[in-house]
Write a protein that binds this ligand. Structure first.
Ligand SMILES: N[C@@H](CCC(=O)N[C@@H](CS)C(=O)NCC(=O)O)C(=O)O
Length: 124
């Protein structure tokens, strides 16, 4: 079972590398401002988890430079479990007005970030 999971994980990583989305381009000043805003986020994730790959692809597509934290490694594993409440990835750690909150679910994470910072106009 471990071997099958490992092989599937490598396939996911290979397909991801071969079909990596093109990052959005912005004027340097705008990108620098965005990078600054992204400093309050970190993404707890596993390398070969398909849901994490989905979020990482969205980050790349939007050129959202968010720190990635490997939740298999300490201290990140314990931080996620203690802070978020469960060892599930991906999970976005959000620092807001001195408070920290944790967002699980790949689709929620992508929707939240694109709604806040995406270049695409939002539907009314
Ligand atoms: N619906 C979740 C699924 C996430 C998920 O199943 N992640 C796996 C790794 S690929 C995990 O952390 N499993 C541990 C658990 O569910 O406790 C999402 O879209 O983010």
């Amino acid at each position: 079972m471990f071997v099958i999971r490992w092989i599937l994980g490598r396939i996911v990583l290979l397909v991801n590398a071969l079909t990596a989305p093109k990052p959005a381009q912005r004027p340097a000043e705008q990108q620098a401002k965005l990078d600054q805003a992204m400093a309050r986020y970190s993404l707890y994730q596993y390398d070969a988890c398909p849901f994490c790959v989905k979020v990482r692809r969205a980050l790349r597509r939007n050129n959202f430079n968010i720190e990635l934290r490997d939740a298999k490694q300490e201290p990140h594993r314990s931080e996620l479990e203690a802070g978020g409440g469960r060892l599930m990835v991906p999970c976005l750690r959000i620092e807001e007005a001195g408070e920290v909150r944790w967002m699980y679910e790949s689709s929620d994470i992508i929707a939240y970030l694109e709604q806040q910072y995406g270049d695409q106009p939002q539907a009314a």
